[in-house]
Design a protein around this ligand. Structure first.
Ligand SMILES: NC(=O)c1ccc[n+]([C@@H]2O[C@H](COP(=O)([O-])OP(=O)(O)OC[C@H]3O[C@@H](n4cnc5c(N)ncnc54)[C@H](OP(=O)(O)O)[C@@H]3O)[C@@H](O)[C@H]2O)c1
Length: 284
């Protein structure tokens, strides 16, 4: 397959690059904004046509959830309009597309894991624009998969794991919310799932993917510190209203992964097992 990966310098894009080495049967074109601005319709069409792209994996996005509340126009351009540009260009070339989306398409008021057919109800600019992007992709590309994920971290870029390790080493105590529940996702695990879908053949539709298990941000932090050997920082549980943020966060955003596991025969590791893997790599 000839695969175009956009946003290749981000967390997921980098993990797609790492796993490309284990998938030498594919010819991958890794691009970030310097090589291919996904908002530039002509450049996207040219890139997909001239390189004979068969699958587009869009890892590019506006991911600054709080800043998005003040930058709606840019956020909409990147998260909603650009996926539409990619989807139309993919369709014109008979290519498939994998669009990565988010648990923020839900408002987090559920008490059981979200299935793909639960009605979306975002309550942030980021969530609304990502949902808009999902619709653009599903409406404009016949062979399209949307994979919603959550709480993504990796050895690349800035993320919660790296921040908690740094703060844990700098501070004697730290407050972290315990009333927001979800599942961490090691971007390497998501990249594995994406290659599994490509290798087995794209099955159009919406899918959910995270690692296995459930925790709060507080539990996640305690585990990060334990695994990283940080013993000098006390982690205190906070209520959401004690840690105000510009964009509302879903209180419960556990994703039900049954569909993607069954469709592609994927085994998903528990979040803590993958966290150990990631921290081991961060420390070498
Ligand atoms: N991070 C999470 O916790 C999380 C949770 C759920 C879902 N997701 C979704 O998962 C996907 C991957 O997230 P991530 O954390 O890997 O994102 P990320 O690390 O923020 O990477 C996004 C990449 O896209 C690039 N980009 C920005 N504007 C672009 C443009 N116009 N054209 C091409 N590339 C552009 C960024 O470059 P710059 O850095 O230079 O802007 C960056 O390299 C996204 O769809 C995100 O919405 C993320």
């Amino acid at each position: 397959m000839r695969i175009l990966v956009t946003g290749a310098n981000g967390q997921l894009g980098n993990e797609m690059q790492v796993l490309a080495k284990e998938n030498p049967q594919h010819t991958c074109f890794f691009t970030d904004v310097q090589e291919l601005d996904i908002c530039d319709e002509q450049a996207v069409q040219k890139c997909i046509a001239e390189n004979g792209i068969e699958v587009v994996v869009n890892c590019a996005a506006y991911t600054a959830v709080d800043k998005a509340e003040d930058n709606e126009e840019l956020c909409r351009k990147l998260n909603q309009e650009a996926p539409g540009i990619l989807a139309r260009a993919a369709q014109a070339n008979g290519a498939a597309m994998i669009q990565v989306s988010t648990d923020y398409v839900f408002d987090g008021t559920a008490h059981i894991p979200y299935k793909e057919d639960c009605p979306p109800c975002p309550n942030s600019v980021y969530g609304f624009t990502k949902l808009g992007g999902e619709k653009e992709v599903m409406q404009n590309c016949e062979k399209a998969m949307v994979i919603r994920t959550a709480w993504l971290y990796s050895i690349y870029g800035n993320n919660f794991v790296k921040t908690m390790i740094r703060l844990g080493r700098e501070r004697e105590s730290l407050g972290v919310v315990f009333d927001q529940i979800g599942t961490p996702t090691y971007a390497n695990d998501l990249a594995l799932a994406i290659y599994a879908a490509i290798n087995q053949g794209i099955v159009p539709g919406i899918y959910h993917f995270s690692d296995e298990g459930v925790c709060s941000w507080y539990d996640f932090t305690v585990a990060i510190h334990r695994i990283a050997g940080i013993t000098t920082c006390k982690v205190n549980p906070l209520h959401t209203d004690e840690y105000p943020a510009k964009a509302p966060r879903p209180h419960y955003s556990v994703l039900d992964k049954t569909k993607i596991k069954k469709t592609f025969g994927i085994e998903v590791p528990h979040w803590e097992k993958s966290l150990v893997e990631c921290i081991k790599k961060l420390e070498v």
